[in-house]
Design a protein around this ligand. Structure first.
Ligand code: ATP
Ligand code: MG
Length: 458
């Protein structure tokens, strides 16, 4: 035992035996504290983080199992060993099920006890080494709470590390649920601005008329309902980071004002002509295609370039399926009270084959639901997953059988007929609900409507 002396708590109400055992443990290099009751043991545990706990099972009041439970709740890594009297082996088995490392039956030779102690301590050593290795692995696969082992995410982490240090404006683009907000927060918390505020504003959630006041603040009487003077989000984020979510939804007039705020780092509160200067780092996010909106003229080109100084694109989950297992593990830890809950291989196959139109958020919801449905079972099975996940046509690698006539085939017509069948089936399953049918087909509702129209035209 090269480490500093292990601290051991010895609990037994038989004073003579306890004293003798304690003396011999001290000879072997342990720091020993004794308790003659469960109650006293609990008090000592509250005050000190012992490495080892050896307790008689039957004590006058609170019994040994209870003491071990309390110790493990406080120090998950503590080694607990129970001493049993005659005829209580069954209780010892129970104690082990509840978290004791091992047991020894009275009467015992001291060497037997030492053997049990040593074995349990080695096991604990292994366990903590495993935990260390695991944490090292997790370290490599995350950046500020964003998990990912795919190549795309690994190179994203490198970019984030660099840009976090700068004050440049960032535009985060990605489908819904891909983690745009997590990325914005991670950048802030790894930046020199982290001691100041991260202020978020969802531009699509606020009526256009109030959005300007929300951004830049207003003075009393600036508009109906403006009873007092208020700071806007820009001012609140002074020296920190302002996260503008869904910037694509902003009106032209406001785009103009935002452009000026970004260029000059100054603005006026609504209803006021006094100019306010701020030092704010802006991170904007959008799930719409701003370049297309620029081309169509609904988004100012100059503002687009101002925002897009550093573009960060989050790939959809279906393009980085190798991230799914660690995300699943992460969400299991989050939602399951039982640390050992696992996902069966079959369920994992379904999770990895699904297209996840709602990306990480949808995966998170699916895992939460599965944990609830599994009702404390240790294994999450395919039946616990949402039906759309398990009924998806699994791994689509098998080549579908196509009858190929010797004279060739009208491919366009053939594909159209397949589309027609799929759309009919989707509409049938959803009682003609076009939203849900489009979801089942992983296409936009507008695309479905268009295709239906075209089919009717034929
Ligand atoms: N890489 C990731 N690692 C861990 N959790 C993630 C990751 N990506 C997303 N999440 C989780 O998924 C959920 C959705 O993420 P977030 O809100 O950042 O998505 P979003 O892109 O902003 O979506 P929306 O466009 O719908 O606003 C959150 O609970 C977030 O914690
Ligand atoms: Mg978001």
């Amino acid at each position: 035992m090269a480490d500093p002396a292990p601290h051991l708590l010895l609990v037994d109400d038989e004073a003579a035996l306890r004293q003798l055992t304690a003396e011999r443990l001290v000879e072997r290099g342990f720091e020993v504290v004794q308790a003659d009751s469960g109650e006293q043991a609990l008090e000592l545990i509250e005050q000190f983080a012992f490495d080892l706990l050896i307790t008689d099972l039957r004590l006058g009041g609170i019994d040994g199992t209870h003491v071990i439970n309390a110790a493990r709740a406080r120090y998950p890594a503590i080694v607990g060993i129970v001493i049993t009297g005659y005829g209580t082996v069954r209780d010892a088995v129970e104690a082990i099920k509840k978290g004791a490392s091992d047991f020894i039956a009275k009467p015992f030779h001291f060497d037997e006890l030492m053997h049990v102690v040593q074995k349990s301590m080695e096991q604990r050593q292994l366990r903590s080494e495993n935990a260390y290795l695991r944490s090292q692995l997790e370290e490599r696969y995350q950046f500020g709470g964003i998990l990912g082992r795919s190549r795309a995410m690994q190179s994203l982490f490198q970019v984030l590390e660099t840009v976090a240090r700068s004050a440049s404006t960032i535009l985060v683009t990605g489908e819904t649920g891909t983690g745009k907000e997590v990325v914005a927060k991670a950048i802030h918390h790894n930046s020199p601005r982290k001691a100041h505020r991260f202020v978020a504003l969802n531009c699509s959630a606020i009526p256009e008329t109030l959005l300007e006041a929300e951004l830049f603040g207003h003075v009393r009487g600036a508009f109906t309902g403006a009873v007092g003077t208020r700071q806007g989000r820009f001012e609140q984020a002074h020296k920190g980071t302002l996260f503008l979510d869904e910037v694509g939804t902003m009106s032209q007039g406001l785009q103009m004002k935002l452009l000026r705020a970004l260029q000059e780092r100054e603005f006026e509160r609504v209803g006021d002509n006094q100019t306010i200067k701020v030092d704010v780092r802006v991170i904007a996010a959008t799930n719409s295609e701003l370049p297309r909106m620029v081309a169509e003229g609904s988004f100012r080109e100059d503002l687009y370039y101002r925002l897009n100084v550093i573009p960060i694109t989050l790939p959809p989950l279906r393009e980085r399926r190798e991230d799914i297992p660690i995300l699943v593990k992460h969400f299991l830890d989050k939602f399951s009270a039982n640390a050992e809950t696992e996902v069966s291989q079959e369920a994992m196959r379904s999770l990895m084959a699904f297209a996840w139109p709602g990306n990480v958020r949808q995966l998170e919801n699916a895992v939460e639901r599965a944990v609830t449905l599994s009702g404390g079972r240790k294994n999450i099975e395919a039946v616990d997953l949402p039906p759309e996940v398990t009924s998806a046509p699994g791994v689509m690698t098998a080549t579908p059988f196509v009858e190929f006539p010797p004279a060739g085939i009208d491919m366009t017509e053939y594909l159209a007929s397949i589309e027609r069948d799929l759309m009919r089936e989707a509409l049938r399953r959803t009682n003609n609900n076009k939203n849900k049918a489009a979801e089942l087909l992983r296409i936009k509702r507008t695309t479905l409507v268009e295709k239906l129209k075209r089919q009717e035209g034929h």
